[in-house]
Design a protein around this ligand. Sequence first.
Ligand code: ADP
Ligand code: MG
Length: 355
Amino acid sequence: MAELVLDAVAQSYAERQVIADLSFTLPEGTIGCLLGPSGCGKTTTLRCICGFEPIRTGEIRIGGEIVNRPGWMLPAEKRRVGMVFQDYALFPHLNVADNVGFGLRGASRAARQTRIDELLDLVGLAGHAGQFPHQLSGGQQQRVALARALAPRPRLILMDEPFSSLDVELRERLSIEVRDILKREATTALIVTHDQHEAFALADWAGVMHDGRIQQWDTPYNLYHEPANRFVADFVGQGALVTGEVINDHQVEIELGVLDGHIPVECDASGCAECVRSCRVEVLLRPDDIIHDEDSLLLAEVENKAFRGAEFLYTLKLPSGQRALSLVPSHHNHAIGEKIGIRLAVDHVVAFRCE
Ligand code: ADP
Ligand code: MG
């Protein structure tokens, strides 16, 4: 295991720049996720880190060792980086034990067997050593692929959309299992996904990618609660932006009332450290920021609703016509068109300057 650093990395295919100025640090022993829409450069980033792709500017370091710089790269087989792909890529003619032991050919027979047993145990497949890949479910195959990648004790594990061939329920369960496995091996791992639930279940650190850049590299909690810009706010979690007016540097007024808290606005390009009254902003409201309260005099109209089992996600039309979302326990089953009482429960303000 080792720390991974990307420092101002850019990469292009022919004339087309795919990664531009990409930087982040993944501390030793932690799990990071790159999250972003399809085509934003996630796979390309992994290909650079594992040594399949040259970079145009910047530097990539693993455990302090430079592995990529413009015009030079350490060969992939010397990086001690394990790779897990979306389609498992197991060897179909090898049984589970031989797949896992594939990267251990230099070890003694006994040491190899010990490591295979240890890993099959770790991924919960101890009874499957003699089976072939086609005899296993998708989730089991992916665990074999992970065990194979972990076997030679790499400095870093890279996983590209490892769960996307699996059905949704299995995906969530497997992401929790994989986190547990990686933590028990104390591996540094970087996992690519376009699914934020996976990223949230797995990651210590997550980066939202867009336009070839990391928009924010942070804990999943902060990505959700303190998004650095509109793109992150929109991509991570659900929510709605409503207009507001700054009262002072710690209060903003929206149509539902006054919100208190630090106002992290780039409210004024000239850098107004102290926001002045009447700056116009847009305030992010998450579905859990608006609570249904039958005693409240503040009313909003149910415009749409989605049943989520324990909750309804209501789309509400506020008095001004702006929309907001609210998660409400599902025994409060209100009809579309009905007006329901709401109140705000925002514990900190996320606001962006009006464009
Ligand atoms: P992601 O994994 O986030 O979906 P990719 O890294 O695969 O995105 O691709 C980023 C962009 O680079 C896409 O627009 C894709 O079409 C382009 N691209 C990927 N691989 C190549 C390639 N070998 N040659 C040219 N363009 C490529
Ligand atoms: Mg990809």
